[in-house]
Design a protein around this ligand. Structure first.
Ligand code: NAG
Ligand code: NAG
Ligand code: NAG
Ligand code: NAG
Length: 395
């Protein structure tokens, strides 16, 4: 699928360069004049679309046969919209941050940011994971309901000032931004991981560290779902900045590079669109900012800079409202090995087509296992996870 897209875009560029040359200066003797006129007109049309594309115009829209309507996507691309002051300001800041060299750190660290209501049930497991790797990581905890009780030295005094978090509401994004801002204060933090209280590590520390420090993208899940749980949640009140064709969906649990963390902190324009118009109960729609804001924001501002999948595994195969929660009875070495061996991502659209989009997990261009972490594990799995940690993390 990815390959055929690349070919389509090559064909598109080729067509643009070749067509006007061949058809706009024809020999008068060849063919009826009206055909020449028509071809010239089409060429001008194509050139205009090429010279004045919309900011997110992607050549594949024109040629991909599935999932998009070529004309509907293409026509707005030609009639350029005048950007608002806020959009121009935002584009300048984002472009500047993305193009500036990363602050080089002598000892790059990974910031592990835990979003939890209170005590983390897997602190002991994380303690095992972090043990012996001091100096290569930092821990931040946003406890939104009650002060956690700690079972690991790595978590003591790592709570940041927090606020209430309501599921599905913008307060979730506010907590994520609060974690990012606090973690950004340390210039050694080069990569930022968001984790929940039900997340567990799937690999040993060195594997996770190398996977994230040496990647050239952020692992942010982002895909186009034309169904009711995707574009069906889009509100036209997000116009003109966020159009329906740019609206994306993805899991909340991300990892991101420092530059990406900075642009999230710098953004107010897109944030306020989602704050105001992507909420549960908005105009009769149930939109959840934590599933749409970052996937859409990165699709619009740095589509090539994200992997489009999350490194946190979750099992939606039961097709229920919530993903599968693993109990102690479900957990076995076989289950964990199954999860760690997955090297393709699967996205399923929520429309009646239930289109399954499968893509290889490419790490710096090479196919690799997709997942570093997994959820949702219930607290009673702690014992078996502790007991088998060294077995499943050293395959
Ligand atoms: C992620 O998807 C976007 C389209 O939204 C695409 O441009 C980009 O190349 C994809 N990223 C990777 C690493 O394939
Ligand atoms: C692991 O994967 C194999 C092959 O797909 C499957 O048959 C088996 O049921 C899986 N085991 C668990 C515990 O998920
Ligand atoms: C990341 O590396 C791969 C393989 O070298 C390359 O194809 C891709 O364009 C790179 N992406 C970015 C955002 O630098
Ligand atoms: C896990 O590893 C230990 C030590 O290498 C070994 O003794 C034990 O049998 C392994 N457990 C399983 C379930 O494979």
């Amino acid at each position: 699928m990815y390959r055929s897209k690349m070919k389509a875009s090559d064909a598109w560029h080729l067509g643009l360069q070749v067509m006007p040359v061949h058809h706009c200066h024809p020999h008068p003797s060849k063919g009826p004049v009206w055909i020449i006129m028509l071809v010239c007109l089409i060429s001008v049309f194509l050139i205009c679309g090429y010279i004045y594309p919309s900011p997110s115009f992607s050549p594949c829209y024109l040629f991909s046969s599935r999932g998009c309507n070529p004309l509907a996507d293409w026509i707005p691309a030609i009639s350029t919209r005048e950007f608002t002051d806020d959009e121009i300001a935002s584009q300048v800041v984002i472009r500047e941050i993305l193009s500036s060299p990363v602050v080089q750190s002598e000892n790059p660290r990974i910031a592990f940011m835990f979003l939890t209501p209170g005590t983390l049930p897997f602190e002991k497991l994380w303690d095992k994971f972090f043990d012996g790797h001091e100096g290569k990581f930092s821990v931040y905890v946003h406890a939104s309901r009650e002060k956690p009780v700690h079972h690991s030295k790595y978590f003591i005094d790592r709570e940041i000032r927090s606020d209430k978090v309501i599921w599905g509401q913008i307060s979730m994004i506010d907590a994520e931004k609060r974690l990012l801002a606090n973690a950004l204060k340390d210039p050694d933090n080069q990569h930022f991981v968001l984790l929940s209280d039900s997340c567990v590590p799937l690999h040993n520390f060195d594997y996770v560290y190398n996977y994230l420090i040496y990647t050239n993208v952020s692992f942010i899940d982002s895909f186009m779902d034309p169904g009711p749980h995707g574009n069906g949640r889009y509100s036209h009140r997000m116009l003109p900045e966020v159009s329906k064709k740019d609206f994306r969906k993805g899991a909340q649990w991300f990892t991101m590079k420092r530059q990406h963390a900075l642009i999230v902190i710098a953004d107010n324009l897109y944030y306020s669109k989602f704050q105001n118009y992507c909420r549960p109960g908005m105009d009769g729609l149930n939109c959840y900012a934590d599933e749409h804001y970052l996937p859409t924001f990165f699709h619009m501002n740095d589509p090539g800079g994200i992997a489009n999948w999350s490194v946190t595994h979750v099992d939606w195969s039961e097709r229920k409202w919530h993903p599968k929660s693993y109990t102690a009875r479900d957990v076995s070495l076989e289950l964990l090995r199954n999860i760690t061996s997955i090297d393709e991502t699967v996205h399923v659209t929520s429309d009646e087509m239930h289109e399954v989009q499968i893509k290889p997990c490419l790490w710096n261009g090479v196919k690799q296992p997709c997942y570093l972490f997994a959820r949702k594990f219930l607290p009673d799995t702690l014992e078996i996870l502790m007991r088998t940690f060294s077995n499943y993390t050293n395959i």
